[in-house]
Design a protein around this ligand. Structure first.
Ligand SMILES: [Zn+2]
Length: 263
């Protein structure tokens, strides 16, 4: 089981080394901006790396919304990120489930997700697997609670769609971590990546503030149990830079019993 961290995008391979990470996730552009990713000078190096790479799509992307001026550029930006992720040999592109605005019909949001995959298929398909991630907040989210996730999967089921399970988002979003993996897999049939994070906020708070695994409001053993059950690669998106994340990775490796990079 590969364990790694979300790191700064400037030099992800050395960030991996300092954390003893077997996988890294990073952004290819400003996560709060609409700019398409630029071609990376280190693409060959990244493609050849032993470390598994994951790309996180910008937070501004919301392919579910009924607002054309957000949805259309979101689709394009997502497709562009998948292409750029393919150029560096990434294993997957993680994107948040998105939401519709208050008063809008969530069913249209799910159908907008289907249209996003149809749009990509018309352009030859996404260059890497797209992993939809569960989110923590909002009343009109496509992937906060599992009832919504089931409707989302009904909409996109004809396409190859992956899933990324974030433990902080599930807890803050109001889904118990106990047996969560079984309940998710009953819907999606798969978990491709776990974002192993503790939460600074209470169960069901709807707030998205990650904490280190030993801190926060989640029993770290529950996070370990989720990872064991998911049997998927793990990325910590926790604070504290190389020290904080390195400690979280070491904790998980000890509890899960996976080998280390240097071994
Ligand atoms: Zn996450």
């Amino acid at each position: 089981m590969r364990i790694g961290a979300h790191v700064d995008s400037a030099d992800p391979l050395s960030e991996a080394t300092t954390r003893q990470a077997e996988a890294v996730q990073f952004f290819l552009s400003d996560p709060q901006g609409w700019k398409a990713p630029e071609k990376r000078e280190d693409a060959d190096l990244l493609r050849a790396a032993e470390v598994d790479l994951y790309v996180h799509a910008p937070y501004v992307i919301n392919v579910a919304t009924l607002n054309n001026r957000i949805r259309i550029p979101s689709r394009k930006l997502l497709l562009g990120h998948a292409t750029a992720a393919g150029q560096i040999g990434a294993k997957g592109l993680i994107v948040h489930g998105g939401h519709v605005n208050a008063g809008d019909d969530l069913a249209v949001g799910f159908d907008n997700w289907r249209k996003t995959f149809a749009y990509a298929a018309d352009s030859g398909g996404f260059a890497v697997p797209v992993l939809i991630e569960n989110t923590a907040g909002g009343d009109n989210a496509c992937a906060r609670r599992l009832d919504a996730l089931a409707r989302l999967w009904d909409a996109v089921g004809e396409y190859e769609v992956g899933f990324c399970l974030d433990t902080c988002h599930a807890h803050a979003g109001g889904e118990e971590l106990l047996d969560l993996v079984d309940r998710v897999k009953a819907i999606t049939g798969r978990i491709d990546l776990v974002h192993a994070n503790n939460s600074k906020d209470a169960f069901g708070s709807g707030r998205d503030r990650h904490d280190n695994l030993g801190g926060g409001t989640i029993d770290p053993e529950l996070v370990v149990a989720v990872i064991r059950a998911a049997d998927a690669p793990v990325i910590v998106e926790t604070p504290g830079g190389a020290d904080g994340q390195g400690a979280d990775i070491a904790f998980l490796r000890e509890r899960i019993g996976a080998g280390s990079v240097a071994a």
